[in-house]
Design a protein around this ligand. Structure first.
Ligand code: CMC
Length: 426
C-alpha cells in the first residue's frame, strides 16, 4: 500500500501521508491540509473522519467483529465478568490475580457518595428522568473530588465505584423508596442489584441468574470506539476538563433516542405494537415511510452493515434469562417476529439495517423488574469503563489537541447594523 495520497486542487498537487492501523484500516492524514491549501474537508456526522488513534476497541462493521483490546466480544461475554472487562478496557491488559484482587477491593471501597451529595437526590422531583440525575450527579462528583495529576487514577476508581450507587439512588428516588447503601462483601454487579432491589427491612439474596445476566449485558455495552457519547467524552476531555465533567457530558450524549436512549424506545415501541392490534408488516411499512416520523427503534447502525454481534448474543441471552426466571414475556415474541418481517423486507435489506444492541437488552431489563426509563441508565453503567478508557487514553496521547472542528459558513455576508426604528424587515 502506498504511504501517501495525492490531492489535486486548483492546479496544485498536495502530498498527504497515509496512516494504517494494526488491522489494516487506512486513513489519509489531512492535519496539514488547510495550512498548505486553505481548504478543509466537510463530513457532517463524521462518517469518514477519524478523530484519533486508539488502541481500545476494534470494530469491523462489515464482518460483525467487535474486540476489546484484541479480545473477541464473544470470548469476553462467555468467560469474563464486568469488573475484569473494565480493568482490561481501562488499563489495556487482562489483570493478573493480584491486580484483579486489588481492583475489586478498590472498587468496593470507594462506593459511598458523600452524605451532602446524598441529600441532593431529595431535591429532584420523583418524576425526573434518571438520566438527568445520573449525568448531573456524575458531574457533581467533581465538586467533591479535586482534579489533580496525582488524583487522576484514584478519581477513575471513584467514578467507577460510585456510579452504581448514584444510579441506584436515582432509581430509589423515583420509586420513593429508602436509599440502600452499598455492601463491600458483594461483587460489583451483585452490589448494584442489592442497591436497586433490596429494602433496609429485609435480607436480600443476590440472584445468580440476574447477576450473570447483568454482567453479560454490561460487558456487551462496555465500549464501542468513537461513538457519539465516547466522542463527546473526548471532545470535552480535549479541553483538559476533569474525568467527572467529561463523562457527565458523555452520559447526556448517550441519552438521545438515536443512541443509548433507543433501548427505552424499543420496549415502548413493542408495547405499542402489542396494543395496536396491527400486524408487523404495518409497522415495518410505517418505518419505511419517511413522512411517518417513525423508525424501527433498535434497528440500524452507522458501523455494522451485516449484523451486530452484541445483538446476537443478547437475543440468545434474553431467551435463556426469561426461561431461567420462568417468565413468559410476549414482548420477546413480538420482537422476534418484528425482526423476522423487517429482515425479509427489501427496504431493510437494501440499507443493511439489522437489530442493534438496544433491540433485545430491554427485554432483559424488563425481566429484572426495571422500569423503561432506567434502561439507558443501565447502558451508561455498562459504558462507563469505555468512556474512562477513552478519557485516559486521550490524556496520555501526545497527539491530543483541543478539539475544534471548522465549518463552511453559509450565513449572510457583511452588512451594517441599523437601529430598530429604521428596520423595515428582520
Ligand atoms: N428504521 C427505518 N429506517 C432506518 C432506520 C430504522 N431504524 N435506521 C436507518 N434507516 C434508514 C434511514 O431512513 C436512511 O434511509 P435513506 O437512505 O432512504 O435516507 C438509511 O436507513 C440510513 O440511515 P441513517 O440515519 O443515514 O444512518 P445513520 O448511520 O446516520 O444512523 C442510526 C444510524 C443508528 C442512528 C439509525 O439507524 C437509527 O436511527 N436507528 C434507530 C435508533 C437506534 O436503534 N439507535 C441505537 C443505535 S445502536 C446503540 C448505540 O450505539 O447507541
Amino acid at each position: 500500500m502506498s504511504d501517501s495520497a495525492k490531492l489535486l486542487f486548483n492546479g496544485h498537487e498536495y502530498d498527504l501521508p497515509v496512516i494504517a492501523g494494526t488491522e489494516g484500516e487506512t486513513a489519509i492524514d489531512i492535519r496539514k491540509l488547510r495550512a498548505q491549501s486553505q481548504v478543509i474537508t466537510l463530513d457532517p456526522g463524521y462518517g469518514n473522519t477519524g478523530s484519533c488513534r486508539s488502541a481500545i476497541t476494534f470494530i469491523d462493521g462489515e464482518k460483525g467483529i467487535l474486540r476489546y483490546r484484541g479480545y473477541p466480544i464473544e470470548q469476553l461475554a462467555e468467560n469474563s465478568d464486568f469488573t475484569e472487562v473494565s480493568y482490561l478496557l481501562i488499563y489495556g491488559h487482562l489483570p493478573n490475580q493480584t491486580e484483579l484482587k486489588q481492583f475489586r477491593y478498590d472498587l468496593s471501597h470507594h462506593t459511598l457518595v458523600h452524605e451532602d451529595m446524598r441529600h441532593m437526590f431529595d431535591g429532584y422531583p420523583s418524576s425526573a428522568h434518571p438520566m438527568a440525575i445520573l449525568s448531573s450527579m456524575i458531574t457533581t462528583l467533581s465538586a467533591f473530588y479535586e482534579d489533580t495529576a496525582e488524583n487522576m487514577d484514584l478519581n477513575i476508581i471513584r467514578l467507577l465505584a460510585k456510579v452504581k450507587t448514584i444510579a441506584a439512588f436515582a432509581y430509589k428516588r423515583l420509586k420513593g423508596q429508602p436509599y440502600v447503601y452499598p455492601r463491600n462483601d458483594l461483587s460489583y454487579v451483585g452490589d448494584l442489584l442489592q442497591m436497586l432491589f433490596s429494602f433496609p427491612t429485609e435480607r436480600y439474596e443476590v440472584s445468580e441468574v440476574l447477576e450473570r445476566a447483568l454482567n453479560l449485558v454490561l460487558i456487551l455495552h462496555a465500549d464501542h470506539e468513537q461513538n457519539c457519547s465516547a466522542s463527546t467524552v473526548r471532545m470535552v476531555g480535549s479541553s483538559a476538563a476533569n474525568v467527572f465533567a467529561s463523562i457527565g457530558a458523555g452520559v447526556c450524549a448517550l441519552w438521545g433516542p438515536l443512541h443509548g436512549g433507543a433501548n427505552q424506545e424499543v420496549i415502548e415501541m413493542l408495547e405499542q405494537i402489542r396494543d395496536s392490534g396491527e400486524n408487523y408488516q404495518a409497522w415495518v411499512n410505517r418505518a419505511k415511510d419517511r413522512d411517518s416520523g417513525f423508525r424501527l427503534m433498535g434497528f440500524g447502525h452507522r458501523v455494522y452493515r451485516n449484523f451486530d454481534p452484541r445483538a446476537r448474543i443478547l437475543k440468545r441471552a434474553a431467551d435463556e434469562v426469561l426461561q431461567e426466571l420462568g417468565i413468559n414475556d410476549p414482548l420477546l415474541d413480538i420482537a422476534k417476529h418484528l425482526e423476522e418481517v423487517a429482515l425479509k423486507d427489501e427496504y431493510f435489506i437494501e440499507r443493511q439495517l439489522y437489530p442493534n444492541v438496544d433491540f433485545y437488552s430491554g427485554i432483559i431489563y424488563r425481566a429484572m423488574g426495571l422500569p423503561t426509563n432506567m434502561y439507558t441508565v443501565m447502558f451508561a453503567l455498562g459504558r462507563m469503563p469505555g468512556w474512562i478508557a477513552h478519557w485516559r487514553e486521550q490524556r496520555h496521547d501526545p497527539d491530543t489537541r483541543i478539539n475544534r472542528p471548522r465549518q463552511i459558513y453559509t450565513g449572510a455576508g457583511n452588512r451594517n447594523f441599523l437601529p430598530w426604528y429604521e428596520r423595515t424587515q428582520g
